[in-house]
Design a protein around this ligand. Structure first.
Ligand code: 5GP
Length: 164
């Protein structure tokens, strides 16, 4: 159907605790959570608290430009995480969704040469994803509305504007 999958902030709270539960029950004890900005920041923050991991890193990867619009390749934007910080660590990569999986594949390839172990946790994984994530909250093939990106950016209102 053309319907979208809608994640609310409230449901996100449940999702991230259940994702953490999967990781803990699996016995995986990450040294580092590596978030894929920007959507993965929410997931990484929630997992960091739920798993009591304070060592959070960020990787900036841009791929999509809009609904269904993609750049040809995902690109890593600076600052690139220090490979010294990652070396020989158990890394949990956190992202909002694995769609084609191209973004996570790039991150896995980046990590593979440096870290002891890398696993991924995502709220959603789509069936076509090239990367099969170790921890997945829900599977869907729909477009997902995330609470942090569903609304347009907040811009300055000018005097006399009546809208809220
Ligand atoms: P991939 O590289 O796995 O194809 O795409 C990963 C990125 O594309 C996600 O981190 C997210 O920013 C964006 N993306 C992919 N599918 C969706 C979707 O269904 N909804 C939203 N809002 N973003 C998506």
């Amino acid at each position: 159907t053309g319907e979208r999958e809608v994640l609310t902030y409230e449901l996100f709270g449940t999702a991230v605790r259940e994702l953490a539960r999967q990781v803990a029950d699996d016995g995986f004890e990450p040294d580092i959570i590596l978030s894929i900005a920007r959507g993965g920041l929410f997931v990484a923050g929630g997992l960091g608290y739920a798993l009591d991991v304070k060592n959070l890193h960020v990787m900036n990867v841009e791929f999509y430009t809009g609904v269904g619009e993609t750049l040809d390749l995902p690109v890593v934007l600076p600052p690139v995480p220090s490979t010294v910080d990652l070396s020989r660590r158990r890394v949990l990569v956190a992202d909002d969704v694995a769609d084609t999986g191209t973004t996570l594949k790039l991150v896995h390839d980046f990590c593979a040469e440096h870290v002891a172990e890398v696993r991924s946790a995502v709220i959603y994984e789509k069936p076509r994803s090239a990367v099969k994530c170790a921890y997945v909250w829900r599977r869907t093939d729909r477009w997902i509305d995330f609470p942090w990106s569903v609304l347009p950016p907040v811009t300055r209102r000018h005097r006399g504007a009546l809208d809220t």
